[in-house]
Design a binder for this molecule. Structure first.
Ligand SMILES: N[C@@H](CCC(=O)N[C@@H](CS)C(=O)NCC(=O)O)C(=O)O
Length: 386
């Protein structure tokens, strides 16, 4: 007999980037779940055909409803209720800062996460083989078959490096940007338990995607983080705990700052976003518009990419710390950017000015109105044109 089997299934794996974000959210919210690997027969026979591609995490509710994409999963629980607290701040500036940092920590740091996992493959290899192997072992395959599948899947993921523009020439810029961010975050987490104060928000869940499985757990980057930014490492532990886990801050209340204030130590983190991510976002919007200009009229609701498994519209170039990178234009990223620009557009005049002043003083004013000519929406688990 299975004791207290939770009705919620999380399909994902400890080694997966986005699964860690949802595992963290479910624990923080006290929502019981059972985790299953993507090699589980239910994932292969029921989930994948429904969501039309291999992607995780996916959650399966008691009634069989599937929710895919970590943003949609969080929004599902925020709407359904039964959570301990909302991860959407209620006031204008905190809300938009949380959304901007969700975009940066989630989409903007995938390059660094992939770099430190796969460019340092020799240092990470035995751990990664163990971790990726777990999901295959779960179905009881013979070892030789596990090894063949592992070689193929790890090779497929490793091959993302050049797609993200990570080459021997660009690696120093990728690392310099990450090191600056790590140092800004470490200074922040010495003073404040979570990004916006005493409670995790969308911002923390965006960052934990990349800072858990890859940057905070793979041997090479985890050691770097422990040695050079121990307060960031402690925050990764805190994010995976089911309680507030902040004994370093005995005075801290489990709430955000009053009066829509943003911790001062977050300023340098936003400046990192302005310097090292905004140029890439500008490129994505420009390249999307250029791509659209070459196309015949596209009906609303049409799939954005050529097939469900394709995540990339086109490629484009941008500068990172004086080095040119060529990388992917991912329509999904535009949906995260739209959440920032939509929320900003929905503010009243006075609040708009207040938010704009704050973003301007951190070099991020452009972010608030950066929109492509067409919207990207999510429908039936896929990205479509709005
Ligand atoms: N935007 C999605 C991303 C999910 C995602 O990209 N998952 C990765 C694993 S961590 C994946 O399934 N990758 C499959 C592939 O690259 O083919 C989310 O927030 O859930």
């Amino acid at each position: 007999m299975e004791v207290n089997a939770p009705p919620l299934t999380l399909f994902g794996a400890p080694v997966g980037m986005w699964t860690g974000k949802i595992r963290s959210y479910l624990r923080k919210q006290g929502i019981p779940y059972v985790e299953r690997f993507p090699s589980d027969p239910v994932f292969e026979l029921e989930v994948m055909p429904a969501v039309k591609r291999f992607i995780n995490p996916v959650i399966r509710l008691a009634d069989g409803t599937l929710v895919q994409d970590t943003a949609d999963i969080i929004d599902h629980f925020e709407a359904a209720g039964g959570i301990r607290f909302s991860v959407y701040p209620q006031t204008a500036l905190q809300r938009i800062v949380a959304m901007a940092l969700d975009l940066y920590g989630g989409e903007g740091l995938v390059r660094a996460a992939m770099h430190y996992r796969w460019s340092y493959r020799a240092q990470n290899e035995s751990f990664l083989r163990h971790e990726f192997g777990l999901s295959y072992r779960a179905v009881g395959m013979p070892q030789a078959q596990i090894d063949t599948q592992l070689d193929a899947f790890m090779g497929y993921l490793n091959a993302y490096l050049p797609k993200f523009g990570i080459t021997p020439t660009t690696q120093p810029a990728v690392e310099a940007a990450y090191e600056s961010l790590l140092s800004a975050l470490d200074a922040h987490f010495q003073k404040v338990p979570y990004l916006l104060g005493g409670l995790p928000t969308l911002a923390d869940f965006g960052f934990i995607a990349n800072f858990y499985a890859h940057l905070g757990r793979d041997p090479y980057p985890a050691q770097q983080m422990k040695l050079s930014a121990p307060s960031v490492y402690r925050w990764t532990e805190r994010m995976m705990a089911s309680d507030a886990d902040m004994p370093e801050f005995p005075q801290a209340m489990q709430m955000l700052l009053p009066d829509d204030a943003i911790p001062e130590t977050l300023g340098p983190v936003l400046q990192c976003m302005a310097a090292d991510y905004l140029p890439e976002l500008r490129m994505m919007v420009r390249c999307t518009d250029e791509w659209l200009a070459t196309q015949p009229p596209i009906p609303s609701g049409a799939l954005v990419t050529s097939k469900p498994s394709a995540r990339v519209l086109t490629r484009g170039r941008f500068m990172l710390r004086g080095t040119e990178l060529e990388s992917m234009v991912a329509p999904y990223t535009l949906t995260r950017l739209q959440r920032v620009t939509d929320t900003f557009a929905g503010l009243g005049e006075v609040e708009r000015r207040r938010v704009e002043d704050y973003f301007s003083s951190h070099g991020l004013a452009d972010l608030l109105t950066l929109t492509a000519h067409r919207r990207v929406e999510r429908r039936d688990y896929l990205e479509v044109w709005g």
